[in-house]
Design a protein around this ligand. Sequence first.
Ligand code: 5RP
Length: 227
Amino acid sequence: MSSTSYTQDELKALVGQAALQYVVPGEIVGVGTGSTVNKFIDALATMRDQIPGAVSSSEASTVRLKALGIPVLDANEVSSLSVYIDGADEIDGQGHMVKGGGAALTREKIVAALSKRFVCIADESKKVAVLGKFPLPVEVIPMAAQQIIRQFAALGGQGSIRQKDGQPLVTDNGQYIVDVLGLQITDPLAFESQVNQWPGVVTVGVFAHQKAAVCLLGTPRGVETLT
Ligand code: 5RP
């Protein structure tokens, strides 16, 4: 197959557009967060008359959806979604992901859990053999942050509280993010279960229990579909 030199932005637009084929006309769609999802939201505007609306995973995506005339429903108003479309910071060959680079991981995991199928949209740079090179985001209750950093240190990870404008970043849920470097997550399911047990962890950014069923990967050869 021939290859084209796409910019990273163009690859994001390609996969955002390709994700439209997974949106079920007449059904509410789950929408993630990030620069790749922003391309999907822009493309989704062309289908706005065919869907009742979206459940959003962040304030930022909600603003963008509404600006494009797509109604946003509260997650409590739906019992199930056919599909959730979201990006990732890393994805392995089994569909396990690291997410949370945009600090939206808790709501992302909630909407993913409501959804029958997670469709991940990403450019090729996100594909990895083993999760852990990207600093793992973990949303934490602020008073537990230092204890959680010590627990990661015992696993060989170096954690730090994410900053914004010289202050700890505060998530849409009023919590902090700890980013952890230096992990090699060889068993994502077990790792996610383990960290979920630690007091003060709101959400760990390993998505193994809510892994992607499909990944639309933007490559120089075009969009590749990994299942
Ligand atoms: C936000 C996320 C994003 O999906 C992830 O950070 C990828 O973002 P982008 O498409 O901008 O690279 O998990 O919390």
